[in-house]
Design a protein around this ligand. Structure first.
Ligand code: NAD
Length: 333
């Protein structure tokens, strides 16, 4: 039996996490879910948005499946999502973006994987109020973090028969910070002579991503660019409802979708559970449950190909629970 930390999150989190749990159970995987609360609910209940119990649970289990957690804009506690990634040094945020059967979009044949550095950059949280009219935010880039995300991206490319890694940066302007990032990626590229390498300035990269996304294979980039580019790329393949993600460090992994808590549709039972389910498929692979992972993956593809039971973001009218039920049926067959 696997013991895995489960964070339902808030907004659409509880609805989609419940759906994902049901599908994993239908696939017959024996998991003891160690449920932990974080965010606003935890703040109310325990006076701390990230209670020690949640930290200890992830530390012990080394694997977590996490629904999205809301972060207030402009005030409130520091993002729990960022804090978790920093606490467990989950330096690689890996986001596969793939065209899916049955999901109609302007492009076909997209198949790329984004490697986003996950622990520093402007997300380091170093903000100083100089005076009431002046605030500075520090962009922190280190050789160590740049090196390990580059290594992770190139090693992934090699292991997964990928042909090219593209570094996305703004070193023409941030010559020192992005310059250091690029220096480390270039050094790594030199070591991986079997993988093609190129570089794009982030603004140009955005244009090329919406013109010829099929040309991208593996992307390696800093935290902020990676965050923005991930949502852009999600839009290319059907939206945030269908793009999974994982946060990977040396000791543990947290699996979560790219999307947030979607307050605009929370509580309506219409959120798409597929992005979190696809993240769970990656989790099942990571814990050696490949048969169950394959069976859920096939069920997802079948559901999309049939196109009869889809949530509104994919043009359907099914509820989150109906999608979950249908997936359970497909997995069991
Ligand atoms: P969002 O990703 O929550 O939503 C953006 C848009 O996509 C919305 O229109 C939403 O309805 C739609 N969407 C997202 N997921 C969907 C799904 N599964 N099915 C159908 N539609 C979906 O982004 P936002 O509105 O900018 O952020 C809301 C909150 O989430 C913020 O507090 C933000 O900080 C937080 N957030 C959390 C995470 C995380 O937990 N890892 C990630 C991103 C944002």
């Amino acid at each position: 039996m696997h013991k895995i930390t489960l964070i339902f999150g808030d907004g659409i989190g509880p609805e989609i996490t419940e759906a994902v749990k049901a599908v994993i159970a239908a696939a017959g995987v024996d998991i003891l879910w160690d449920v932990q609360e974080v965010g606003q609910k935890a703040l109310k209940a325990y006076g701390n948005p990230l209670p020690d119990a949640a930290i200890e649970s992830i530390k012990a289990n080394k694997i977590a499946l996490k629904g999205p957690v809301t972060t207030q804009i402009g005030n409130g506690f520091k993002s729990i999502n960022v804090t978790l990634r920093q606490t467990f040094d989950l330096y690689a945020n890996i986001r596969p973006v793939k065209s899916l059967p049955g999901v109609k979009t302007p492009f076909t044949g997209i198949d790329m994987v984004i490697f986003r550095e996950n622990t520093e950059d402007l997300y380091a949280g170093i903000e100083n109020v100089i005076n009431e009219d002046r605030v500075e935010a520090i962009k922190l880039i280190t050789r160590k973090a740049s090196h390990r995300i580059a290594e992770k991206a190139f090693e992934y490319a090699r292991q997964n028969n990928r042909k090219k890694v593209t570094a996305i940066h703004k070193a023409n302007i941030m010559k020192k910070a992005d310059g250091l990032f690029l220096e480390e990626v270039r050094k790594t590229a030199d070591k991986y002579s079997d993988i093609a390498y190129d570089e794009l300035i982030v603004d140009n990269a955005c244009m090329k991503l919406v013109q010829q996304p099929q040309k991208f294979d593996v992307i390696v980039t800093e935290n902020l660019y990676g965050d923005i580019i991930s949502d852009l790329c999600a839009g290319l393949v059907g939206g945030l409802g269908v793009v999974p993600g994982m946060n990977v460090g040396e000791d543990c992994m947290i699996f979560e979708a790219v999307h947030g808590s979607a307050p605009d549709i929370a509580g309506k039972n219409i959120a798409n559970p597929l992005a979190l389910l696809m993240s769970a498929v990656e989790m099942l692979k990571a814990i050696g449950e490949t048969e169950a992972a394959d069976s859920i993956q096939s069920a997802i593809y079948k559901l999309l190909e049939e196109g009869k039971c889809l949530t509104p973001d994919l043009g359907g009218s099914a509820t989150t629970s109906e999608v979950a039920q249908e997936l359970c049926r497909l997995v069991a067959n």
